[in-house]
Design a protein around this ligand. Structure first.
Ligand code: MV4
Length: 455
């Protein structure tokens, strides 16, 4: 096992990793920018090192500063959390070159999944169903036009270096294709410095379902069920739940087994998420995330498996102790991402929390790094914390969620708590009847303004 783990992150995920380190008895090192001197992860870690000024590029993304921090403290492993350097293959390689373990997948696998064309090709080779689309990048408009004929319209032009929705353009018919290509090409070039594009059949109102996996890098791999992450706004997930309200056990086991088998053949190491669009009862692979995700607690609540702890174990070379038959699913979990934002305009609302009272009781978990009197700095993402609720059934889970939301007090800043208080009262949400466009349509029709709990 590792002697000391450096946590190259901040906020609630830094705290989440720290908790796993404590339970494993591994000393931890927090790193922080000058804007995070009062952060909870700094207070709770065994040691801390300041790695630079507030801007992330000068601190949490500052590789030389992180290497120095490892050297100074004697850390022999780095946990990157999510965001920042978590899916940077070069960072993982540099750590290895300095004899420091990267708690994450093999660099080659991070790099491969970062290229969305390579990811599609790999998924297909491993027997995972993909969205109908182009095998390779499209170079000319003519090539795109002929490929489009066989794929059919509407179709989506995507950037190979993309992900997260940037550089995506829809073409509803052949005459829209040249403009879509030009726009996507320009956006991809500006955002990623790589204008390689590919085509996919456009799915209009699918659900977004992702499968959690865990592998030991030597051919041992299991799946830990799915999360439905369809409720999102501008590619930012808002509400995640598991199991997906639209899947039965047979469909769940089938896609889970397909993915687990693929990850065994791939010799995947660490935790990962295989993302699908789901429409008319069929799964279509879109991307794979090679990190621990924000919404991992949903899976932890329904499997009782500590994903961060397992992630650290396999990174240290441990064999997978869990077999697929050991993974038992029980009940239902929902996570709400509570952001420091106005719940109607979604404008960021950093500042001082003058009153903080998180909810408690059976089946209620709050993952947050804020505290009474803490000032949320304006430099980073606006996640204040995550409320995760578990119940034996989805109905019980919703009942507890509604109660926990009513109990939650965060004063001094605006938060998205009122959005969730409105959502738990919406018929479609109660029925589990939603898709990736649902939330934006709800907001566009003034769903928040007319909701009762705002008053
Ligand atoms: C799609 C799609 C429809 N058809 N691909 C958005 C982010 C990126 N990860 C992939 N995305 C999408 N890819 C095809 N062929 C619709 C989306 C999409 C989406 C996907 C998941 C969750 C929310 C979304 C919101 C808008 C669009």
């Amino acid at each position: 096992m590792f002697d000391k783990i450096l946590i190259a992150n901040r906020g609630e995920v830094a705290l989440r990793i720290l908790r796993a380190c404590k339970e494993l008895g591994i000393p931890s090192v927090a790193v922080h920018s000058t804007a995070d001197e009062d952060a909870m992860h700094v207070r709770l870690a065994d040691e801390s090192v300041c790695i630079g000024p507030p801007a992330a590029r000068d601190s949490y993304l500052n590789v030389p500063a992180l290497l120095s921090a490892c050297e100074i403290t004697g850390a022999d492993a780095v946990h990157p959390g999510y965001g920042f350097l978590s899916e940077n293959a070069r960072f993982a390689e540099i750590l290895h070159e300095h004899d420091i373990h990267f708690i994450g997948p093999k660099p080659a696998h991070i790099r491969l999944m970062g290229d969305k064309i390579e990811a599609r090709r790999t998924a297909k080779r491993l027997g995972i169903p993909v969205v109908p689309g182009s095998e390779n990048g499209v170079s000319s408009d003519q090539e795109a036009a002929s490929l489009a004929q066989s794929i059919g319209f509407p179709l989506l032009v995507k950037a190979a270096a993309g992900g997260g929705g940037r550089g995506m353009k829809v073409a509803h018919a052949a005459e829209e294709l040249p403009a879509a290509l030009a726009l996507a090409r320009a956006e991809a070039k500006a955002a990623f410095g790589d204008d390689t594009l590919y085509l996919e059949k456009y799915l209009a109102r699918p659900r977004h379902i992702e499968i959690q996996v865990l592998g030991d890098g030597r051919g041992g791999a299991i799946h830990l069920g799915e999360r439905d992450c369809s409720l999102q706004r501008r590619y930012q997930k808002v509400w995640e739940e598991g199991p997906c309200p639209a899947l039965n056990d047979e469909a769940r086991d089938a896609i889970g087994e397909t993915v687990a088998k693929a990850m065994r053949e791939f010799q995947y190491l660490g935790v990962g998420t295989v993302e699908f669009l789901h429409e008319d009862g069929k799964f279509y692979f879109i991307e794979m995330n090679t990190r621990i995700q924000v919404e991992h607690p949903v899976t932890e609540m329904i499997t009782d498996i500590d994903l961060v702890l397992e992630q650290i174990r396999v990174a240290a070379g441990g064999e997978l102790e869990l077999a697929q038959r050991d993974v038992k699913f029980h009940g239902h979990a929902i996570e709400c991402r509570i952001n420091a934002e106005n719940p109607v305009s979604f404008r960021p609302s950093p500042g001082k929390i003058v009153h903080y009272h998180p909810p408690g009781g059976l089946g209620v978990r709050v993952d947050s790094a804020v505290y009474h009197g803490y000032t949320i700095p304006p430099y980073y993402d606006s996640l204040v914390g995550k409320l995760i609720v578990h119940g034996k059934t989805r109905g019980e889970c919703l009942m507890r969620l509604k109660r926990a939301l009513d109990e939650f007090v965060i004063d001094g800043i605006e938060t998205t708590l009122p959005l969730f208080r409105a959502l738990v009262r919406e018929k479609d949400i109660i029925d589990g009847d939603y898709h990736i466009r649902w939330l934006e349509e709800f907001l566009a029709r003034g769903g928040m303004e007319t909701s009762m709990p705002l008053a």
